[in-house]
Write a protein that binds this ligand. Structure first.
Ligand code: SAH
Length: 236
């Protein structure tokens, strides 16, 4: 059972537990994920408790931000659907409107995410297999209220991928561990160049993890994002 563990963590963080249909959907998503892992041997087989802690509760750290209001969200480099799907499930349970675009470069991961979204009966969710730096015009420059990225790349790299999608006033959240603090600090001048500013850090899990939250103050120059090789190679 995934939900008892999930609710234990949510309560400890002062967040409302998941109940009823939402709880059922979290259980179902955990089963789908574990089943997929067994079939494809994608990662070391995880227990339901590990799924609750490492994937679900970790994704839901977004709700620790009291300013979170839903809206149009891009989950960049979503992999198996994190943080996007847990965020969508929790928002649905709390009546928060959320239109979600899940994006990943790997088609196999998107196929799983599509199948899961369908099985969970999620509305206003779309999953696309694209490279983020190549899909800005297609999905809307300066048009998302929030962009999330967990375990995708360095802060500087993901900031360049994320900011072009954000509308002015929108927020970018990066899931980071304490060890990544220097990397995050290092990226802040680039964030500024993309039209953003660091809003703050939202710590969780005894301070081992945090969400780096940046807000967008002005439009991002159309010269961003650059080609991936350039982004990685050279500071903007
Ligand atoms: N966010 C998920 C997956 C992390 S793995 C989680 O936390 O579990 C990183 C994922 O980012 C991979 O699936 C990879 O395909 C994707 N990714 C990396 N660079 C990308 C890019 N430029 N555009 C789209 N997806 C990218």
């Amino acid at each position: 059972m995934t939900v008892p563990k999930l609710n234990e963590i949510l309560l400890a963080r002062g967040l409302a537990p998941v109940e009823g249909e939402t709880a059922e959907k979290f259980e179902k998503f955990a089963s789908l994920l574990l089943e997929k892992n067994r079939l494809f041997n994608l990662t070391a087989i995880e227990s339901e408790e590990q799924v609750a802690e490492r994937h679900f509760a970790d994704s839901l750290a977004l709700f620790l931000d009291p300013a979170f209001r839903g809206g149009r969200m891009l989950d960049l480099g979503c992999g198996g659907g994190f943080p996007g799907i847990p965020v969508k499930l929790y928002a649905e349970g709390r009546g928060i409107p959320l239109e979600l675009l899940l994006m990943d470069a790997t088609a196999k991961k998107i196929a799983f995410v599509e199948e899961a979204a369908e099985a969970l009966g999620l509305r206003d969710v779309r999953a696309v297999s694209r490279r983020a730096e190549e899909a800005v015009e297609e999905f809307g420059r300066e048009s998302f209220d929030l962009v999330t990225a967990r375990a995708v790349s360095d802060m500087r790299v993901i900031a360049e991928l994320a900011f072009p999608y954000l509308r002015v006033g929108g927020a970018f959240y990066a899931w980071k561990t304490r060890k990544a603090l220097p990397e995050v600090e290092d990226a802040l001048p680039s964030v500024k160049l993309f039209g953003g500013r660091e809003e703050g850090r939202i710590p969780y899990g005894d301070g081992v993890f945090f969400l780096e939250k940046c807000v967008k103050l002005s439009p991002t120059s159309p010269r961003f994002p650059r080609k991936y090789a350039q982004i990685v190679k050279k500071k903007p």
